[in-house]
Design a protein around this ligand. Structure first.
Ligand code: EPZ
Length: 425
């Protein structure tokens, strides 16, 4: 298993390009199932989760071809063309779903396109139970017959019917699944209490380019008029706001000044607000951001909540920057029931953190000291990288396959910013 060795204490300087958003790309890949015509996605990030999803689609009978500039086949290009005309196996097997919960995003499209789906339940994950009951509730409301047995969701429906869909809580992939299914339903659907995340909007924009009739994406009420079929399209995946926020936090904590390109500040208001409260100077350009760190950060409290509030996927990174800030920060995690596993690892580096239920009290310390720590989930790993950049001496992070799921070329990008980091076997 790969490890990441970081020599801390070096302020960051330089510029990196942000990749396409993992959490936009995953549902967009599944949208290809909704049509017999080719869907091309550009600005595709090279991540393990993307590879897993492409493998899952290929075993269903989807033709997957990485394309370079000008449409020529190329293994390294960051674009892919998916052709689901040969879709003949509407099954998402356990061994592929257990490593990536987002595989549940094939459920809605498969039922809508093929009239049936057999999708393994994702099973728990480190940060919480993360059930898919709202996905099932919505599809049932659209007329699907759904049985959950032997760890699989079996869904059938000759043709889904438009319906009024209400989710008990805001669910990002739940909204995405139901929006995709409703595109091909007979009649109109309304999703109330819909997720407003930018990745939901990016998916809606692609579906509209494919001929779907959707309005309200980005608000908590999304209206979809079902159509008989969708056609192919080409869509550029939006930039990754969480990757952007992660590098901003790295520079905030390590010190120095960095510039991030191919990204946008417009989806990061809550995060940028908090970084400025912490004392960072942030310059916003059309598709770039510059952050200049203060000599010492001020503690900033956060409370995670659905977009546009502070994103839960940035909570771990803010625990790391608060570990070395002046003062005590109160961090409240309201989305997932167990998303503080990075705390004990940060404490091994010298952080002063007390957990009480879904609240963490982080008191800044003058310095962290390098140690061997273990990554437990994607964003927890990112917080350990940030802490390693700040800590005196060497930090060795184990199980960094978690990082490879969500951060493209992490060590290359960090090295480009002057960090002393290398991957060791
Ligand atoms: C998406 O997960 C993201 N993943 C997560 O990012 C992100 O943390 C999360 O949204 C919240 O923003 C992708 O988009 C691929 P939810 P998702 O459904 O959709 C409960 C990362 O690090 N819930 O919005 O699975 C659920 O347990 C990942 O990139 C139900 O109870 O999250 C959670 O407590 C981690 N029943 C809350 O709702 C359901 O049917 C929000 O979950 C669905 C959700």
């Amino acid at each position: 298993m790969d490890k990441l060795l970081i020599e801390g204490g070096t302020p960051l300087a330089g510029e990196v390009a942000i990749s396409g958003a993992k959490n936009a790309a995953l549902p967009l890949l599944c949208a290809a199932l909704l049509t017999r015509e080719p869907l091309t996605l550009t600005n595709l990030p090279a991540l393990n989760d993307i590879d897993t999803m492409l493998k899952l689609l290929a075993q269903m009978g989807v033709k997957v071809e990485k394309v370079g500039a000008g449409g020529t086949a190329s293994a390294t290009a960051n674009a892919v063309t998916l052709d689901a005309s040969g879709l003949d196996n509407p099954v998402a097997p356990y061994e592929m779903v257990k490593t990536m919960r987002a595989a549940v995003l094939v459920l809605g499209p498969l039922v809508a396109r093929c009239g049936e789906a057999r999708v393994s339940l994702p099973g728990g994950c480190a940060i919480g139970a993360r059930p898919v009951d709202q996905h099932i509730k919505g599809l049932t409301a659209m007329g699907a017959e759904i049985a959950v047995e032997q760890g699989y969701v079996h869904a059938t429906s000759p043709r889904l019917k438009g319906a009024r869909l209400f989710t008990d809580m805001v669910t990002v992939t739940g909204t995405e699944n139901l929006m995709m299914a409703a595109c091909l339903a007979d009649g109109d659907s309304v999703i109330e209490n819909a997720a407003r995340e930018p990745e939901v909007v990016d998916l809606a924009n692609c579906l509209i380019a494919m001929g779907a009739r959707i309005s309200g994406a980005g608000t908590d009420v999304i209206r979809i008029q079902g159509v008989a079929r969708l056609h192919g399209a080409t869509h550029r995946i939006m930039p990754d706001r969480i990757e952007t926020g992660t590098y901003l936090c790295a520079a905030a904590a390590a010190g120095g000044q960095i510039r991030l390109t191919h990204t946008s500040a417009s989806y990061l208001d809550a995060v940028i607000d908090k970084l400025m409260d912490a004392g960072c100077a942030i310059a916003i350009e059309h598709n770039a951001l510059t952050l200049k760190a203060p000599p010492r950060l001020k503690a900033v409290g956060i409370r995670t909540a659905p977009y546009p509030a502070f994103p839960t996927d940035m909570q771990a990174q803010f625990m790391a920057i608060n570990a070395v800030a002046d003062g005590t920060a109160v961090i409240r995690e309201t989305i997932f029931e167990n998303r503080f596993m990075h705390a004990v690892e940060l404490i091994r580096l010298g952080a002063d953190i007390r957990i009480d239920g879904n609240t963490a009290f982080v008191t800044g310390v003058p310095k962290l000291d390098g140690a061997t720590v273990m990554a437990t989930d994607l964003r927890a790993s990112a917080s350990l990288v940030i802490a390693g950049l700040v800590a005196r001496g060497e930090t060795l992070i184990e199980r960094i396959y978690h990082l490879d799921r969500g951060y493209e070329n992490l060590e290359q990008k960090l090295a480009a910013l002057g960090a002393r980091v290398k991957r060791v076997k």
